[in-house]
Design a protein around this ligand. Structure first.
Ligand code: FES
Length: 81
């Protein structure tokens, strides 16, 4: 997931909406600081590491927690009728 989880202001005592980081890249964790925008191009089933300032992708590897079948492109639908 590369977008924050937003908690509506009406649900919070102080009336201020907050965004919770779901990407793990925020320097204000657990709050989103917008750094997730760097991860928009990430592919499913891959793990990315970034430079300290987040400006550069250092490595891209297979995510060992994702079964190989979950990283393949699904077959096309239709075309037989
Ligand atoms: S969701 Fe992680 S920085 Fe925004």
């Amino acid at each position: 997931m590369t977008s924050p989880f937003r908690i509506d202001a009406s649900l919070l005592a102080d009336g201020k909406a907050i965004s919770i980081c779901t990407c793990g890249l925020s320097k204000k964790f657990p709050y989103c600081d917008g750094t997730h925008k760097l991860a928009r191009q990430e592919l499913p089933g891959k793990l990315y590491t970034y430079s300290e300032d987040g400006s550069t992708v250092l490595t891209v590897t297979d995510d060992p927690t994702v079964p190989p079948s979950d990283t393949q492109t699904p077959p096309a639908v239709g075309g037989q009728g």
